[in-house]
Design a protein around this ligand. Sequence first.
Ligand SMILES: NC(=O)c1ccc[n+]([C@@H]2O[C@H](COP(=O)([O-])OP(=O)(O)OC[C@H]3O[C@@H](n4cnc5c(N)ncnc54)[C@H](O)[C@@H]3O)[C@@H](O)[C@H]2O)c1
Length: 391
Amino acid sequence: MKAEEIGTITIIGAGDMGHGIAEICALAGMQVNLYDVQQEFVSRGVRRIQQSLEKQVSKQKLTATEMVGTMNRIHPFTVLQEALAHTDLMIEAAPEILDLKLRIFEAADVHAPRHAILASNTSNMSITQMGAATQRADKVVGIHFFNPVMLMLLVEIIRGENTAEATMQICYGLIQRLKNFRGAMVPVRVEKDTPGFIYNRLGAPIGLYMAELYERGLVDPEAVDACVRSFGAPMGPYEIMDFTGLDVNLHGNEYFSRTLSPEFTPRTWMKKLVAAGQLGKKSGKGIFDWPQGARPTIDLSKADPHFDVMDIICLQVNEGTKLLESGVTSQAAEIDKAVVNGGGGAFGPFALAKAMGWHNVAARCEDIANRLGIQWFMPTATLKKGEIHIE
Ligand SMILES: NC(=O)c1ccc[n+]([C@@H]2O[C@H](COP(=O)([O-])OP(=O)(O)OC[C@H]3O[C@@H](n4cnc5c(N)ncnc54)[C@H](O)[C@@H]3O)[C@@H](O)[C@H]2O)c1
């Protein structure tokens, strides 16, 4: 099968991610089978797609005919067997529970045609394990979209231990066929099934660093966010934690503490806020107040003069070199591409830190590691030797 021969896609789960993936695929002209466990969940997904397209029509970015054509390509299902019967590709976007995903892959292997590729939109979980739940591990792959699908350009294509190169190429080609409301989607290959893949992995040391500084009372979140925003970032790191949900951050830290290092164990302040139901935007209060869901007020005049944004860039570069060392990707530029298109900054960490000189970046990481007693921040051999190639 070639990427352009994919005519029918089945999306499993019509929630936040599933409905967005269905929308972008239907816009690109594919037939989309949208499956969820209950009729009301599928209907809600279909309604969200309709509302999103109507907004585009009202902004004159889409014609009414295009909207009707797109909606006609979306077919709701609540019987898995029927949703998969004539599909070329499944993208699973069910909740992030491994057992649930394994059961879906087992069933999909039985019901989907032999040629079909089975993909997961998991944020973290093992593609290799999902492949092992099937008799076609060569056709099992990660296709990781970001939230919201219609605005974020990055899509990570993740190779499990037994994923065939042909499967990687078909999925890469498929993503190149897709466009969201901002532009053409940007696929990035992830050659190894590793915790956090590329984008979320580069966020891991930032989360750890910010959590530790707050735990020790070394920073005022508002002052740090004001400082980061003074460099043009739309949100500071603490507001991002609230925005994503402190519960989601807590689970992410727990996952990294199991898979990367116990140093990621969630900090007390975060556990306390989550236990008190202060989850951030979704509950109206987290690190900051979110009155009626509106963004918190950050007084930009309070920017912390001692907080150095380059600290977090250096930690990201160091994390990126771990991915280079373990063969998750061979190109620093691919890591920058993932960070730029998954987030929204103009440059990735390697491009930003290059002018500092890699030995200075390594020295900065070592200093942070020693200051906070966190080994994870120690510079890698690659960074110390400066074995990084970037234009
Ligand atoms: N939300 C994000 O920011 C984000 C970003 C990237 C990846 N992801 C990943 O995408 C996946 C889906 O996340 P989401 O945020 O869309 O979740 P969600 O809770 O919004 O949607 C999940 C959907 O799956 C349905 N579902 C439950 N059990 C099912 C089953 N047995 N079979 C099929 N569908 C079932 C639910 O009814 C729901 O509609 C997860 O793996 C998540 O880690 C999420």
